[in-house]
Design a protein around this ligand. Structure first.
Ligand code: ADP
Ligand code: ZN
Ligand code: ZN
Length: 825
């Protein structure tokens, strides 16, 4: 008989697993995944039951107090995922479990206590003072929730008393959790149902009176112009018609009225060529490459055996039709009675993908995004738990939706840095997705035009099946070999300087911008923001200031510590006055803000409408949608922006992408810097020329010879991969080793340094004792961003075949520990 429960308790500062006793009245009602309250020290805490056990690990156990929700809050697969993640990421199990619970749950789940017979006197002579008080309270106030009772019992543990009363039959207790209330909001839409010629022919006979006729005609004409499903409110406003008119048109089979889940779509009605198919629920006819990919994936749904055979790396250039594969896979999962999770880096800027899913699976898609109120988020969670939602789309947290039978997990743009949670508990959602898919025996698809080195390497090693979509969709029609990616002109900014141009924009870029504006098309000017803390180089010859000891580029800081620093060995120096190579006085710290780019663009083209999309302009709510909506509606000509621009946008009028300075980010002291730059440049370049208008990319750089820039300018993933792998091998970085980064933060710089030094000493000793000859230490050194929000940061990096195992079971309190970090800055 399993009369005990192992529970992950979560209260601030204590996150651990403890054993409790099942009280008789809860026996048979509690199992793995249930949310309960338990006594913890002098307080009451919430916890999740991990498993029932026969023998507790301690002699004295306390009883579970309450069951807060009759349904489990975690599935068995989630508990297993949490266990595995806790082990591999070195995070406390309870911290991972906390990620899986919706934030409103603690507030909403509760227990209702009711006096069984409100007329009866309090007879029990043995009642303790607390029991009497509780009975009196319930008699006065009627039934109360646990949290309401808390307010009447300051610091008194009344729950134990309540349990005795429940057992004695004086009161009853009942877990309560309101059922999902928020239904998705719907709007009514109208859409043309026949070919435009047929609609045209029907125009004359649409009504008897002149007024009706004209209303219905103009409504139909509106729908003929726009093949999308359109909000009827808009049709009313534009045509003066009413619902009865539209219903009449619907009855005649000319249009269809639908109910569509509300999803504010910043890209509105702007579309590329083939909306008709895209918006229906009809799957597209696949290209040969898509067909091969889909056939392979579909097989994995049939035979669930080897996890490596159900993990796919879908490597497809921008615009190659990856989404259609995801849609088919989701449909397959649903057909088999299971659900799908679709991870995206940022839902607000992938509206097309969302729209395709909503159209293909109406009423079955749950969206998780930052605009959801806690109540809506919570309801999505509950609808997911009940199996009412078949597809969940959202950023990394969407992975933790409690779907009962997951059949598919997709991570689109799987290279994207936002999948990594860079605050504790640190975890990588793509790695977690792979683990989760193994746990629930689901198919897992990682899709990207630029998979990370690690992802590709693992695929080559046989851990996943690679499927390629090498061409843009519209290039399957013509016979050429071209993948349809836009040509990239590399501009050497040193030459510009030599010919006396000191501005931000090269002549090539200025000319290209002028062309675009003349043709009334659109341009994107991209700036890599990661470089605001910058490196130093010579504007005359391109020489980068490097550390004399380890050849790492030095970085420039203005935080009061010495100017130039090496973040590998700690070397520092003042800003050099002359270039060590050509002796010019053009050594400069290079940093460039998007305000500056905006101002310079306006100075050159005073009548151009320039829109800025960066952290500054997107701080307010909905800013992404508003800015993107503006640009998509062609209310601006030039969009100046940072990283967000790289994330999956599809803007048909954009025929020029100007990369203002490609170098920023290349010379950072970080083994993943080149990879990040290549990926970003390739993704940004992929924003140009996605429609029949074509397009081009102008890439400005002071280091045209750098391999990341060379490869990006040719859209050459394979070339970059081969070269970067060589570099990593030479330097002993992942995928040829694994890293653990340990960071210490303190307000006092001396303290941070001292802690880092003593940690490094401890680790060196452990490496020696355990004879880990292949493991070494990098540091202790100050972090690249040495000071953040008043904290001084120091780090120690462990490198070796399995450095995390060195830390297993060790006390790391106050340290921020990252296993497989995505950056060492
Ligand atoms: P990716 O995700 O690879 O960047 P998308 O899935 O967005 O590419 O596809 C690019 C465009 O091609 C979209 O407009 C999509 O509707 C269209 N498309 C995809 N597959 C097909 C197909 N088989 N036939 C016609 N159009 C397609
Ligand atoms: Zn150095
Ligand atoms: Zn020089």
């Amino acid at each position: 008989m399993n009369s005990f429960a192992r529970i992950a308790v979560n209260i601030p500062s204590v996150t651990g697993v403890f054993d409790y006793r099942l009280p008789p009245e809860l026996e048979g009602k509690i199992g793995a995944g249930h949310l309960v309250t338990v006594p913890f020290g002098r307080q009451t805490a919430q916890g999740v039951v991990l498993e029932l056990i026969a023998r507790p690990s301690v002699a004295e156990t306390k009883p579970i107090l309450e069951l807060l929700d009759p349904l489990p809050v975690l599935t068995g697969c989630q508990i297993e995922l949490a266990r595995q993640l806790a082990r591999t990421t070195l995070n406390p199990l309870a911290a991972i479990i906390e990620l899986m619970l919706p934030s409103g749950l603690g507030q909403q789940a509760d227990v209702l206590y009711t006096l069984r017979n409100s007329q009866s006197e309090i007879r029990n002579q043995q009642s303790t003072a607390t029991q009497s008080r509780l009975l009196k309270l319930l008699k006065e106030k009627g039934a109360l929730r646990g949290r309401q009772i808390d307010r009447h019992f300051n610091k008194v543990d009344w729950r134990k008393a309540a349990q005795v009363l429940v057992r004695g039959g004086e009161i009853t207790s009942q877990s309560i959790l309101p059922p999902p209330t928020v239904r998705p909001k719907f709007i009514r839409t109208a859409q043309l149902a026949v070919p435009p010629e047929e609609a045209e022919a029907a125009l004359p006979g649409l009504g008897k009176t002149a007024a009706t006729l004209s209303r219905r005609q103009s409504a139909l004409r509106l729908l003929m112009r726009d093949p999308d499903a359109i909000d009827v409110a808009w049709v009313y406003a534009e045509s003066g018609c009413n619902l009865a008119d539209l219903q009449e048109l619907d009855e005649r089979g000319l249009i269809v009225l639908h109910e569509t889940e509300i999803w504010r779509d910043p890209l509105g009605k702007i579309e590329s060529g083939e909306q008709g198919t895209e918006h229906g629920n009809v799957p597209l006819e696949l290209t040969p490459d898509q067909q091969y990919a889909w056939d392979t994936i579909q097989k994995a749904f049939q035979a669930s055996s080897n996890p490596a055979e159900s993990l796919f790396l879908l490597h497809g250039v921008t615009g190659s039709g990856k989404t259609e594969i995801y849609l088919r896979a989701a449909a397959e999962a649903i057909r088999r009675g299971r659900q799908a999770i679709m991870l995206v880096p940022e839902i607000a800027i992938t509206p097309q993908m969302v729209r395709r899913f909503l159209a293909r699976f109406p009423g079955q898609v749950g969206l998780i995004h930052s605009r959801l109120s806690p109540g809506e988020r919570y309801d999505t969670w509950r609808r997911a738990r009940l199996g009412l939602l078949k597809v969940i789309i959202g950023p990394r947290s969407a992975l933790f939706a409690p779907l009962p039978a997951i059949g598919l997990i997709v991570a689109d743009e799987c290279h994207d840095g936002s999948y990594y949670q860079s605050e504790p508990p640190f975890y990588h959602a793509v790695e977690a997705a792979k683990t989760y898919a193994r746990v629930c025996d689901a198919v897992c698809i990682l899709g990207s035009a630029t998979p990370t080195i690690q992802q590709r390497f693992q695929s080559e090693a046989g851990a996943s099946l690679r499927l390629e979509l090498p061409k843009r969709i519209q290039f399957y029609d013509n016979a050429s070999d071209s993948a349809g990616l836009p040509p990239v002109s590399v501009v050497d900014m040193r030459d510009e300087l030599k010919s006396g141009r000191r501005g931000i924009f090269s002549q090539v870029l200025v000319d290209a911008l002028e062309q675009v504006l003349k043709k009334d098309q659109q341009a994107i000017l991209f700036l890599n923001r990661r470089g605001t803390a910058t490196y130093v180089f010579c504007r005359a010859c391109g020489t980068v200031a490097k550390c004399p000891q380890c050849d790492t580029p030095l970085t420039y800081h203005t935080d009061g510590l010495p100017d130039l620093r090496c973040h590998r060995c700690g070397y520092t120096r003042k800003m050099p006055e002359k270039c060590p190579h050509c002796a010019s006085d053009q050594m400069r710290a290079y940093g460039l803000g998007s305000e500056k780019v905006e101002a310079d663009a306006l100075a050159l083209f005073p009548s151009a409408r320039v829109l800025r999309w960066d952290w500054e302009t997107t701080r307010q709510k909905d800013a992404h949608e508003i800015i993107l909506g503006h640009f998509a509606a062609h209310r601006a000509d030039i969009l100046v922006g940072t990283q967000m621009l790289a994330k999956g946008l599809d803007l048909p009028l954009v025929t020029l992408v100007g990369i203002v300075l490609a170098d920023v980010g290349l010379n950072l002291p970080d083994p993943f810097g080149a990879e990040r730059s290549f990926s970003l440049l390739t993704q940004v370049a992929g924003r140009a020329g996605r429609s029949a208008l074509g397009g081009r990319v102008v890439l400005q750089t002071f280091q045209p010879e750098h391999y990341a820039i060379q490869a990006a300018s040719r859209h050459d993933y394979a070339g970059f991969y081969a070269r970067e792998l060589d570099e990593r091998r030479k330097l002993g970085y992942p995928p040829f080793s694994r890293l653990v980064r340990l960071e210490y933060r303190a307000f006092d710089p001396a303290r941070a340094e001292a802690e880092a030094r003593s940690m490094a000493a401890r680790l060196s000793k452990d490496i020696l004792t355990e004879a880990r000859v292949k493991t070494d230490l990098i540091g202790p050194v100050p972090c690249f961003f040495a000071k953040m929000g008043g904290w001084y940061r120091w780090q120690v990096v462990l490198r070796g075949p399995d450095p995390a195992s060195l830390l297993q079971g060790k006390s790391l309190a106050n340290w921020r520990v990252e296993v497989d970090p995505v950056s060492l800055l």
